[in-house]
Design a protein around this ligand. Sequence first.
Ligand code: ATP
Length: 241
Amino acid sequence: MYDTDAPLIATRALSAGYGSQPVVRDLDIEVRPGEVVALLGPNGAGKTTTLRALAGSLTPMHGEVRWLGEPGRAPLHRRARQGLAYVGERAVFTRLDTADNLRVGRVKTQQALELFPELEKRLKTGAGMLSGGEQQMLSLARALCRAPKLLLADELSLGLAPLVVDRLLRAVREAADRGLGALLVEQHVRKVLDIADRVYVLHRGRVTMTGTPQELGGHLDAIESSYLAEKTTQETTYATD
Ligand code: ATP
């Protein structure tokens, strides 16, 4: 029987990447029921690669991923059936309307509207015509209304207005207060730290800092400037290509 306080997902010395080259190395990351964990780091640090390895859409090169206490390499669709939700970039069917997106996702409209009442007036609108914020509400509703055990979300708030970001993050926090475990990759460092219980900072494929938002509070400027430094390095590299 699975221990309900045990990590939902945990990695041990995980390395993953593309071809023969690891992008992330020696990762020890875990997420327990009821906690929101933030995965931060500059562009190219390996955050998406980490999420993909956790989700089962990328096979580990070394180390292991334990999902629900069991080591294994089950693909994403199998983990999804066992309660893992992955929200990547705008995970909606743009040719279907909002109501059909919910139906295809086997989500009750009423339940989605309780989470995001904003969607009510958009039920008959094609998802491709929704604003970015509405699309993310729809993606998140499709994920959360199926009562997953674990949510892995990649830049939920990318390009969205601050009020919408607050809305999405609050929905995740409330779901975690009811028992969901969540790992959020976010660029909005300060906003995600407001709702997170723990944080991992990834830099060039390795975890360089971990702790509670309070513990990392004094390093916020350093974390944010490492983002800028990395961006400048990348821009310089691209400029000389
Ligand atoms: P970003 O915020 O820019 O998405 P990230 O921290 O999520 O950054 P990843 O997307 O995991 O970083 O990428 C890490 C490194 O892996 C980058 O150097 C990237 O070019 C490389 N990479 C990502 N996807 C692939 C792929 N499919 N094939 C080869 N290399 C890849």
